[in-house]
Each structure stands twice: as C-alpha cells, then as structure tokens.
Ligand binder design. Structure first.
Ligand code: DX5
Ligand code: ZN
Length: 221
C-alpha cells in the first residue's frame, strides 16, 4: 500500500454500474474506496447504506472501504456496516451524543474508527479520545454534495491536526474530503494530510489512471 492514500468518493461514480466503477478506479491505482452515507436529515441528501457496501464485497472488492457516515443517530447503523464489510467507519461528533461510546462501538465491531470535522466544527472533540481514533477526517466543504469548491481554511486546520497527531504519538491517518483536485493536492499534502478523498476530480474524468497518476505526481513535487 502507498504511504499516501488516494480515496475516490463513489458519490460521483455511475451508480448504474458501481461494481465496475470501483474495479476500474482500484485498477487505476486508488488505495481505498470512500463511501459516503447521507440520511437526508444530518445532511440534505440521501445516498447509500450497508446493502450497497455488502454488494461491493460480494462483487469481489477487497480494498479497504472507508465509510463516511453523515447520519444522525450514528450508533444503530454501525453494526450493520461492520457486517457489510466496512473497514473504517468515521462519523461527525454532531451525530453522536456519546462520542467515546460510538468510537468504542466501532472498534468492538472490528473496524477502524474516526471522527469527522465539518469546516466550522471545532477540534476540541478530539480531547480525551485520541487513543481511540485511527483516522481524523477534515471536511473541506460542507457535507452533502460532491463537486463543491475547497474551503481554504481547511489548510490551517490540517496543520493544527497534523501537529496534534504528531504530538500524540498515536498512529492516526489524516484524511481530507471535499474539492480536492490536481491543482490543490500539493498544498493539502504540505499541510499534513496523508489520505485524499476525491470524487468529481476522478469520476468526472475519462481516464482514471491518468488523473490518479497526476494527483500522485503533484503530491510528489
Ligand atoms: C461530501 C462528501 C465527499 C464528496 C467529495 O459530503 O463527503 O466525499 O463526495 O466530492 P468532491 O471530491 O467532488 O468534492
Ligand atoms: Zn466523504
């Protein structure tokens, strides 16, 4: 596995042929599959649930599936996603009354656990739970839709979280989600991210390998 992970968001894939889309993007060099779950309540959109995750596993997808829960409440859907084959489950602190309990639940179900921060959500939710976190996901758009523009304040936030992770000594991935493309990925990496969600920047293009190679080349500069 690469040190820096490219995580295509299947939100921008063609759902009529999702298995093929995921196969193609993985063959093109993606590291993990970013799976956006929206409930038309926590965010103003409705997407996919555990059945689709399970269908991808049955189709033969073996890469890690990174489930980004934009739902409220969180806890009751966690076991279903674990059974459906999720590898990582991240949730927004606003969606859970008991953050520590939800993190424990995810880990007890055998998945990696993470917290997601909206652009305006403060980082204090990390206090006291760093030891239970495998991934921190910073949103660089307001959640709900693909294809939005990167919000620049996320760069300062990335630097802050990178420092917190390094100071903690824990092994925590730092993921960025929203508006990532070849023109900003270098600055995003420099600010401390190691896991890069990209939806429209990849699925909007005719050649997935070409764009993933381009994203990696930009990061390496
Ligand atoms: C937004 C989702 C993102 C989104 C990213 O709520 O969490 O994962 O699909 O799409 P792009 O890369 O197009 O901003
Ligand atoms: Zn997402």
């Amino acid at each position: 596995m690469n040190e820096n992970w490219i995580a295509p968001s299947i939100l921008s894939a063609n759902f009529a042929k999702l298995g093929e889309e995921v196969d193609n993007v993985l063959a093109a060099g993606a590291d993990i599959v970013h799976f956006d779950v929206m409930d038309n309540h926590f965010v103003p959109n409705l997407t996919i649930g555990p059945l689709v995750c399970e269908a991808l596993r049955k189709h033969g997808v073996t890469a890690p599936i990174d489930v980004h829960l934009m739902v409220e409440p969180v806890d009751r859907i966690v076991p279903d996603f674990a059974k459906a084959g999720a590898s990582i489950i991240t949730f927004h602190p606003e969606g859970s009354v008991h953050i520590d309990r939800t993190l424990q639940l995810i880990k007890n179900e055998g998945c990696k656990a993470g917290l997601v921060f909206n652009p305006g959500t403060p980082l204090h939710h990390l206090d006291y739970v760093m030891d239970k976190i495998d991934m921190i996901l910073l949103m660089s758009v307001n959640p709900g839709f693909g294809g939005q523009s990167f919000i620049n304040s996320a760069l300062d936030k990335l630097r802050e979280v990178r420092k917190r992770i390094d100071d903690s000594g824990f092994n925590i991935r730092l993921e960025i989600d929203g508006g990532v493309n070849a023109s900003n990925i270098r600055a995003i990496k420099a600010a401390g991210a190691d896991t890069f969600v990209a939806g429209s920047a990849i699925f909007g293009k005719p050649d997935y390998k070409k764009i993933i190679d381009e994203l990696r080349a930009e990061m390496a500069l």
